[in-house]
Design a protein around this ligand. Structure first.
Ligand SMILES: *[C@@H]1O[C@H](CO)[C@@H](O)[C@H](O)[C@H]1NC(C)=O
Ligand SMILES: *[C@@H]1O[C@H](CO)[C@@H](O)[C@H](O)[C@H]1NC(C)=O
Length: 316
């Protein structure tokens, strides 16, 4: 009895948590290539066009998630993904890098304010949300180089103060972290402080999940992580901000990279999220350029990502 009412309550929460979502479809993109070279406007625009031209997707992949507001190689110049998004009619899930001391984090705030001044509503109209931080709580729990919950809460309030009275006010302010950082009791103050949760979950990296990390269990593992996060979300929407299945790389326990398995993951897990209009930022569009990484998650191989074929079928 108790069990089934919990399940019903969770199902109702799941629906409430998703009702407000708009089904944004996008990819994660860093400010640098894996070689360390800084991406420029032309590089971001190229990725955005490649995403919109992905075969069999009806041009639906029009959003991009950023990790920082700062253009690589500068102190607080707005990242050139902003003019690239304006140019390509893309939307942006902004990110402020929060695993820093307060004085360094101030550069993120300054870049955010500079972007509002420089680009105005052409910029603010295309913002889907603002994430303060990325996996900071997870990293702090693993090796101490992230940020504490108190620090993240402080940076969230600094961000809210920075956008108050600007055309960004009213955009949802969230935090991105691994699903198990959100379900950890120590981090509930962060959830109380945000408008949405950005959840990262990789069944590939979960060999100890019930049923293991073989591709055949990945869909179950992913949605258990999602449902557990929804259960911790205080009724707030849970966006998917990173997930994927690697195409090339080492076997991790029973998890085998490969295009066939990535296709399976897409068809089962990604398509289920899209069918339910859950905001989705996939990891990732392109292989690392100029350097081999292991594992490699790119739907498109390195090089000409506009014209090279996708490594697996993207229909749902
Ligand atoms: C930009 O995207 C919006 C919404 O997807 C669409 O209505 C509009 O026509 C697009 N504009 C251009 C110039 O492509
Ligand atoms: C994947 O998981 C979702 C959520 O539990 C479920 O509805 C769907 O049927 C699953 N897909 C497959 C192919 O098992």
């Amino acid at each position: 009895m108790h069990f089934s009412s919990t399940v019903l309550a969770l199902a109702a929460t799941f629906t409430a948590a998703n009702a407000a979502q708009k089904g944004y479809k996008g990819f994660n993109t860093g400010s640098t290539f894996s070689t360390g070279a800084n991406k420029q406007q032309v590089d971001f625009a190229y990725e955005m066009k490649a995403a919109q031209e992905l075969p069999n997707t009806d041009g639906a992949w029009t959003s991009v998630r950023l990790y920082t507001m700062i253009q690589g190689g500068t102190t607080d110049t707005p990242i050139s993904a902003i003019p690239a998004a304006i140019e390509t009619n893309s939307t942006l899930l902004l990110g402020l890098w929060a695993s820093e001391t307060s004085d360094v984090f101030q550069n993120e705030i300054n870049a955010l304010k500079n972007a509002i001044t420089q680009y105005g509503t052409a910029f603010t109209d295309i913002v889907t949300g603002i994430s303060v931080g990325s996996e900071d709580l997870y990293r702090a729990s693993i090796n101490g180089v992230g940020a504490t919950p108190d620090q993240v809460v402080d940076y969230i309030s600094q961000t809210r103060a920075a956008i108050k009275g600007t055309s960004l006010e009213g955009k949802p302010v969230g935090h991105v972290d691994t699903w198990d950082a959100f379900t950890a009791a120590a981090n509930t103050a962060v959830i109380s402080a945000i408008d949405f949760l950005g959840m990262d979950a990789y069944p590939y990296y979960q060999p100890s999940s019930p049923g293991g990390n073989a591709i055949g269990n990945a869909n179950t593992t992913f949605w258990k992580a999602y449902t557990d996060t929804v259960g911790a979300a205080q009724g707030k929407p849970v966006w998917i901000t990173e997930t994927g299945w690697p195409i090339v790389g080492d076997t991790d326990g029973a998890a085998v990279p490969g295009a066939d398995n990535a296709r399976t993951y897409w068809q089962e897990t990604i398509c289920h999220a899209l069918a339910n209009d859950i905001n989705m930022y996939y990891f990732q569009l392109q292989s690392s350029q100029g350097q081999v990484v292991n594992p490699d998650w790119g739907i498109k191989p390195a090089g000409d990502i506009v014209n090279e074929p996708a490594r697996f079928e993207l229909t749902c």
